[in-house]
Design a protein around this ligand. Structure first.
Ligand SMILES: [Ca+2]
Ligand SMILES: [Ca+2]
Length: 590
């Protein structure tokens, strides 16, 4: 008995290992359908790698659990070719059935899904009261009748674009995503760009708990009805989104809660730190008409931009610290209204939007409502920067990624000065070059443009021999500024000064580091020292033979023993050949 049992174990164990199956031209499987068939039969939690390419009329059901389908870049395209015979059972290109738990679909494009029932979907998760989860990430859906119809126990959709949905022959309601049963306990939708739903909603959810976090939901030119529809009530978190109602929306509400019944158990919703834009000029931002009694809403730290009623029933909503601008006059100082980019800028009012938010507190269920992330165009997210108090709206100002310019080179000869900087990024709004001397204030010289390699070059031919400081100021589109300062010595005609000279110290007073510039007409032994008011030498900065020309040397404020000297007045003294001596006053201030 023992022996036979061991043998069985040996035979059975290799089959328990999960298999990685490759789909594509020249791979083991030509179609996803065939790979799924084998993965379903082996039922060992397989991974299916889809190689780049366009897969026409290739669709399949997932019946086994723990399956991962991942596309390699560039993202593979599944095209159902707008043919209703190309979709199994009139449902979706990928169908997750009731027996398939814990499924991941990653980095695929879905298009052309149509069916006679008008619910042809990119991904369909058959609604069933079973305990599994489904994760859909990094996918691109467009030109399907529906993009995602799904009600697993838990559903995560992140970093996806859900574009235009298709008109149907009855001109039905075609949603970007529809969580169609309240058997779904948790639905998380984050870092997505859902737009142009034809007659439908960008997000429709009957889930018990819906989390719509850090997305962009925009009607654009389509006839989308609601940006967000939560017909069964439930607990809903709408945090950090850009929500835009377009001019062609036939139903002039943006967020709709409880329109049908109260089948989902929760009765509370939270609208926090969104930027909500109404291009219609009429309508209702948050519509709770027809909702059952006992609902409560919280609305905080939102920007409501455009005319319209804020709430159909203000009595059910606790509303505070929202910014309302009905005029479409860009009083909030948005970055790019045409491009639907509602980042704040230097023009955004401090105290009304910037630093004007409040801690939104927690939900009835104890969920912290303050945004921790923010949306990144088009399908990403990032940690929300912290700058003073929280700002109102979906974005914190300024963004964390201000342009940082670097000096590449500074060359000077008798003809002038040539400076080159590097300023990475595509968000440069302006560049300015300034110049000053020790005795003059900044003078604007010009606005050189960055070249394609992000390099900025400026030549100054208006200088006479001497010492100059140049400043490059790069301002980004958010109003943040990066400064690069540099000192340049312009030599005389021979490149050699006529007399021994020690320029005024800079900066002066100084705290950490002082730069002394001096010129030698001939090669000589040089001693550059620092003395206190009592005439004691406290430091020797230079002591050696140096060639003719312009030189600079730095003093870090340490005495001969390496200790920081006390604040106060000192003298720099330059001694060179022929008894030439120059003295300059220094002030140390720490
Ligand atoms: Ca609407
Ligand atoms: Ca702030």
């Amino acid at each position: 008995m023992k022996k036979r049992f061991l043998l069985l174990l040996l035979v059975a164990s290799p089959c328990l290992a999960s298999t990685t199956r490759h789909v594509g031209v020249g791979q083991t499987y030509a179609t996803l359908r065939d790979a799924l068939f084998d993965a379903n039969v082996s039922n060992t939690g397989d991974s299916i790698i889809v190689h780049p390419g366009t897969y026409r009329n290739d669709h399949g059901d997932i019946t086994a659990s723990n399956i991962t389908i991942k596309g390699l870049d560039p993202r593979p395209v599944f095209d159902a070719e707008l043919d209703s015979t190309h979709i199994e059972n009139q449902t979706g290109i990928i169908v997750v059935t009731k027996t398939a738990l814990n499924i991941t679909i990653d980095n695929l494009e879905f298009t052309g899904a149509v069916s006679e029932t008008q619910n042809g979907s990119g991904v369909r998760v058959v609604p069933e009261d079973s305990p599994g989860w489904v994760a859909i990430r990094n996918c691109y859906f467009h030109d399907n009748q529906m993009h995602i119809v799904a009600s697993p126990d838990s559903l995560l959709v992140e970093n996806c674009e859900l574009g235009r949905t298709l008109p149907t022959y009855t001109d039905g309601f075609q949603h970007c995503i529809y969580v169609n049963e309240n058997a779904c306990r948790v639905f998380v939708f984050r870092y997505n760009y859902a737009h142009q739903s034809h007659n439908g909603h960008e997000v429709k959810s009957r889930a018990q708990n819906t989390f719509i976090l850090y997305n962009r939901l925009a009607d654009e030119d389509e006839t989308a009805t609601y940006n967000i529809d939560l017909p069964d009530c439930g607990t809903a978190y709408i945090i950090g989104n850009v929500i835009v109602q377009g001019v062609n929306s036939p139903n002039v509400s943006l967020i709709r809660y409880g329109a049908e019944n109260g089948d989902a158990p929760g009765r509370d919703f939270y609208i926090i730190n969104n930027t909500i834009v109404n291009r219609q000029g009429i309508g209702t931002f948050v519509d709770t008409d027809l909702s059952p009694v006992g609902i409560t809403g919280v609305s905080r730290n939102n920007i409501f931009y455009g005319a319209g009623r804020l709430y159909s029933d203000p009595s059910v909503i606790s509303s505070s610290n929202n910014y309302v601008d009905t005029n479409l006059d860009n009083a909030p100082g948005f970055l790019d209204l045409v491009g639907d980019d509602y980042h704040l800028t230097l023009a955004s009012p401090v105290g009304n939007i910037v630093d004007a938010g409040v801690d939104p507190g927690t939900s009835v269920g104890g969920y912290a409502l303050a945004p921790t992330m923010q949306y990144v165009y088009d399908v990403s997210g990032e940690a929300r920067p912290t700058g003073g108090a929280i700002d109102i709206g979906a974005f914190e100002y300024p963004i964390a990624t201000a342009i940082s310019a670097l000096l590449l080179s500074a060359d000077a000869d008798a003809n002038g000065v040539r400076l080159q900087w590097y300023a990475p990024g595509d968000m440069i709004a302006s560049t300015s070059v300034y110049r000053r001397t020790s005795g003059t204030d900044w003078v604007l010289l010009g606005h050189p443009q960055a070249d394609a390699g992000h390099q900025i070059t400026y030549e100054d031919r208006t200088v006479v021999p001497g010492l100059y400081e140049y400043r490059l100021a790069v301002r980004d589109v958010f109003g943040a500024e990066s400064l690069v300062d540099t000192w340049v010595t312009v030599p005389g005609g021979e490149g050699v000064p006529r007399v021994t000279s020690l320029d005024a110290a800079r900066p002066n007073p100084f705290g950490e580091r002082l730069v002394l510039h001096y010129g030698l007409p001939v090669s000589s032994h040089v001693r550059l020292s620092v003395y206190d008011l009592a005439g004691r030498r406290v430091a020797t900065v230079v002591d050696g033979v140096q060639p003719a020309g312009w030189h600079s040397a730095a003093w870090n404020g340490n005495d001969v023993a390496g200790r920081l000297v006390a604040s106060g007045m000192y003298f720099a003294r330059l001694e060179a050949a022929g008894g030439a001596t120059q003295v300059r006053k220094i002030v140390v201030a720490r």
